[in-house]
Write a protein that binds this ligand. Structure first.
Ligand code: 6PG
Length: 240
């Protein structure tokens, strides 16, 4: 299959992570005002965050002008091993000179509905007077079932048309908070980071030119006034 132009295939996950870190730096440097980033959770982006914390990358980023947000979070405390914040804190946030006030953690502890509303309030205040958040960059992962953030196949929140943050559950019943498609689709740049054979089938379906479908929520990410790119490794691209 001809690979669509917005897809970059990398031989290895390490090469993919290096390219993603480079892209982060490039955009951070080119933005005079603040650089707003929605971080993905899961395992794939961890290496990108670790690279950004290395001397080669961190010294090239104006961290005082970087603002970090989260695409989703599990309903667990910030130090819990399942916490996306814990992963990003350990790999990146604790290792760079980013002001604590520039990091907007999704609270996983406590009442998820209250936490979803509170995060939305924070986002609305930060991005006021916009009708949607405007992330300069949104890093996204994709599960083997085509989910992204905590937007799972056939979930009712895929229809959400006004809320920016919602509580939801994974198919396994794990409580989650997630940015909605509306919030993600107003990013200036969305970059999916996808590695592994187990994602090849969903990726092939999504990039095959089929209409976007709630069967594969990642296919519904189409920035209305921004760019969409896929950084994939050879294994994930094996079905393309
Ligand atoms: C999460 C993520 C989720 C993740 C995918 C891929 O909280 O788990 O937001 O959407 O990006 O499940 O996860 P891996 O990178 O671990 O394969």
């Amino acid at each position: 299959m001809r690979i669509p132009s917005q897809v970059s295939v990398f031989k290895t996950p390490e090469e993919l992570a290096l390219a993603a870190a480079e892209r982060f730096v490039e955009h951070a440097q080119n933005l005079e005002s603040g650089f707003t980033v929605a971080l993905s959770g899961g395992k794939t982006p961890k290496r990108v965050y670790e690279l950004l914390a290395t001397e080669e990358f961190r010294t090239r980023v104006p961290w005082d002008r970087v603002f970090l947000f989260f695409g989703d979070e599990r309903c667990v405390p910030p130090a819990h091993p399942d916490s996306n914040y814990a992963m990003a804190y350990g790999a990146l946030i604790s290792k760079v000179e980013i002001p604590a006030t520039n990091v907007f953690r999704m609270r996983g502890e406590g009442d998820p509905n209250v936490n979803a509303k509170s995060y939305e309030t924070q986002l609305r205040a930060f991005f006021a007077p916009r009708d949607w958040p405007f992330f300069d960059l949104a890093f996204l992962g994709m599960g083997a079932d085509g989910h992204t953030a905590s937007l799972f196949p056939h979930s009712d929140i895929l229809e959400e048309s006004s809320r920016w943050v919602r509580q939801t559950k994974s198919p396994q019943g794990q409580c989650r908070l997630t940015l909605t498609l509306g919030a993600l689709n107003h990013a200036a740049r969305a970059i999916f980071l996808v590695t592994g054979e187990e994602k090849a089938a969903a990726l092939s379906e999504i990039l095959s030119g089929q209409p976007a479908s709630p069967r594969f929520p990642a296919s519904l990410v189409k920035p209305v006034d921004g760019t969409l790119e896929w950084f994939v490794d050879g294994e994930a691209a094996s079905g393309l």
